[in-house]
Design a protein around this ligand. Structure first.
Ligand code: HSE
Length: 422
């Protein structure tokens, strides 16, 4: 059978869309025949012969075989993609929010209309991770997927450590250099990482995920002091997206969350710095495997988008069902546990009155709440006559930790910060 040249319609000609058009010029089996943009008058680095400000023209264009959606957001992306599917077009998208919130409906519709929906660029930009989980790692039963899924926050945490500066100072530098957006909320409050771990959990554990049940905490409360003390204790602080089977429960509940963690310097993830991302998978028989690389940017993200397009191009016209391994075949919702039912080791930075017996009170309250301490360290006396005490616990339950914190408060002992330990 002769290969047909794939006709692409692209929605969004921002950084990623521009990269995709540039990279596709290296291939003669696919061409962009139409693009939809928000502002027709904007000057662009690339030319597309047919350009419109109505994205519905792209999804309804009978000439187009594949719709590439790199515009982001859910409105109108959901309607655009579902319309394109109903028009029997294959989809390539980088839209992590759309997949996390509406993935189930989109995948079901795609199965009904027998089209492929590929989204390698939606998780960790240029890192190949969706493809490997769905294909070459298919012989595994996974127990955990975790990683650094947001480059902006990894950049900020890295620079806070290198320059010993506050989060606010570092955010401003990152914005001036173009690493952080003017409104950084999606990145620094953990939403972006939450959408990505939702998709990773879905394909790793073959269960549909309710993104609203994922516990989320960003990096805005991390201080330069936390980073320095963690370093002295042998850890780095990273924003981690984590999804794991609840230990001891067979094929049952999932523990999915995004929050900062102390990561031992011996763990490979601690060495992933600046804007890089990393994804670690644990399972049988592979044991542990880590993927790392650029999680964003014009060409790294275009690498994933064009890779998806080339997969479709390779099969287009040769088979009725393109890329069956990429299809979503599960429908069951995961049982997602609440953070209060999780178990973790904790770093707790405590502000206590400078008085006799304070360390004793901390030890007693922890003991009474089933918390075993791994280390306790007093960092001298501050100018305001308070003592800073750092506690690292052994594995404890989140609800015991919260009870202990409430009890400590009745002794005028406050918590500067609580960070879970990986
Ligand atoms: N804003 C994301 C990041 C990239 O900083 O990693 C796109 O998801």
């Amino acid at each position: 059978m002769e290969n047909k040249k794939l006709k692409i319609g692209i929605i969004g000609l921002g950084t990623v869309g521009t990269g995709v058009v540039k990279v596709l010029k290296n291939f003669d089996n696919a061409e962009v025949i139409q693009a939809a943009v928000r502002n027709l008058n904007k000057k662009r680095e690339v030319e597309v012969s047919n350009i419109t400000d109505d994205p519905f023209k792209v999804v309804n264009n009978p000439e187009i075989d594949v719709v590439v959606e790199v515009a982001g957001g859910c409105d109108p992306a959901y309607e655009l993609i579902t319309t394109a599917i109903k028009n029997k077009k294959h989809i390539v998208t980088a839209n992590k929010e759309l997949l996390a919130k509406f993935g189930a409906k989109i995948f079901d519709l795609a199965n009904e209309y027998n089209v492929a929906v590929l989204y390698e660029a939606a998780v960790a930009g240029g890192i190949p991770i969706i493809g490997p989980i769905k294909t070459t790692l298919k012989g595994n039963t996974f127990t955990k997927v975790a990683g650094i899924l947001n480059g902006t926050t990894n950049y900020i945490l890295t620079k806070m450590e290198e320059k010993n500066i506050s989060y606010q100072e570092c955010l401003k530098d990152a914005q001036d250099l173009g690493y952080a957006e003017a409104d950084p909320t999606g990145d620094v409050e953990g939403y972006d990482a939450m959408y990505k771990i939702a998709t990773l959990a879905n394909i790793t554990f073959h269960k549909r995920i309710d993104v609203n049940k994922i516990y989320r905490e960003g990096i805005t409360k991390i201080s330069a002091d936390d980073i320095k003390i963690a370093d002295e204790l042998g850890y780095k602080i990273k924003l981690i997206g984590l999804a794991q089977r609840v230990p001891g429960v067979e094929d049952g509940e999932l523990d999915i969350r995004v929050h900062p963690m102390l990561v031992s310097k011996e763990n490979m993830i601690s060495k992933i710095n600046n804007a890089l991302n990393a994804v670690l998978l644990e399972g049988f028989p592979v044991d542990k495997v880590m993927f790392t690389g650029p999680g964003a940017g014009e060409f790294p993200t275009a690498s994933s988008v064009v890779g998806d397009i080339m997969q479709i191009a390779g099969e287009f016209g040769h088979t009725d069902t393109i890329l069956p391994l990429t299809r979503c075949t599960h429908k069951e919702m995961a049982e997602q546990i609440d953070i209060k039912h999780t178990k973790n080791k904790y770093y707790i930075s405590i502000k206590a009155p400078n008085s006799k017996g304070t360390i004793g009170i901390i030890g007693t309250v922890c003991g009474e709440n089933n918390i075993n301490l791994s280390s306790i360290l007093q960092k001298g006396i501050k100018e305001d006559n308070t003592a800073q005490v750092i506690v690292i616990t052994e594995e404890s339950s989140e609800s015991d930790i919260q009870n202990a914190i409430d009890k400590l408060k009745t002794h005028n002992i406050e918590i500067n910060n609580l960070i879970r330990v990986m």
